[in-house]
Design a protein around this ligand. Structure first.
Ligand code: SF4
Length: 254
């Protein structure tokens, strides 16, 4: 992979910024507390799925006090559609209680304090520090991890390596919004299964060697192409059905 230079990185962010001048998180939130809850709920879930649940949840519980009063069971009813909801409900109630007990009901601004909250890891802390408090942090999620590696901007074996690599290479004047640009780029263009390199604004700067240059190209990044059902295979499938039914009948008649 060709070496990523600072000049190239600047060009990459200039172009991503041009495509989306004011990038924002796609998670729905009302204040630093609801942002913290939304990000904690979004682990291994889509923003869209989280927003569906939090739209009504945050109407009734948008402060730590209201959330703690709601309790784990009722909170569970609001977030049942989100993966790992039982554990997340437990953490959200515990983090609300800790905010009340230790932080006067306010979300703290330092990494150390944020990471002391139940269910809040480095990524969640980075998002809250950046989005709620305007700090120049880069929260590495699955999209940023992929884009950082593919482009050569910040290759790394784990999210922390990518985060530290990005902190070094992203020009200072772009760092505040860098993670939003990279998430949007990964979510809509540099997709996991089939990156849409043919319409990518940084195609000439990207170091990925298996670029997909047409919507009709076979997948080149390790993902298996979908199996086509040939006429012969479809016939074989149809022919197999009566056999299955027959054997079931035989089995029950025994
Ligand atoms: S050229 Fe392809 S692999 Fe590189 S950033 Fe663009 S979409 Fe991703």
């Amino acid at each position: 992979m060709p070496k990523m230079t600072r000049a190239k990185a600047r060009q990459i962010f200039e172009r991503l910024a041009e495509a989306s001048p004011e990038p924002k998180t796609e998670l729905y939130y009302k204040n630093p507390f609801t942002l913290t809850v939304a990000v904690a709920l979004s682990a291994q879930a889509t923003d869209e799925g989280v927003n569906k649940a939090t739209k009504t949840l945050f109407e009734v519980a948008d402060t730590p006090e209201k959330m703690a009063a709601l309790g784990e069971k009722k909170l569970g009813d609001y977030i049942k559609t989100i993966g790992l909801w039982r554990n997340k409900a437990k953490n959200v109630i515990a983090l609300s209680q800790k905010l009340i007990d230790d932080f006067g009901g306010e979300v703290p601004q330092s990494r150390e304090e944020l990471e002391s909250l139940p269910g809040v890891g480095r990524k969640t802390a980075n998002v809250v520090m950046n989005v709620a408090f305007g700090q120049p942090t880069i929260a590495v999620d699955t999209h940023i991890f992929r884009v950082g590696n593919r482009t050569g901007l910040a290759p790394g074996k784990n999210p922390l390596e990518v985060e530290l690599g990005l902190e070094k290479i992203v020009p200072e004047d772009f760092i505040q919004h860098a993670h939003h640009w990279l998430i949007l780029h990964g979510r809509y263009i540099c997709k996991a299964r089939k990156p849409e390199c043919w319409r990518c604004p940084i195609v000439d700067l990207c170091g990925f060697k298996d670029k997909v240059m047409s919507p009709d190209s076979p997948k080149k990044n390790g993902a298996k192409p979908a199996k086509k059902t040939t006429k012969k295979a479809a016939k074989k499938k149809l022919a197999a059905k009566p056999k299955l039914r027959a054997s079931k009948k035989t089995a029950t008649s025994k």
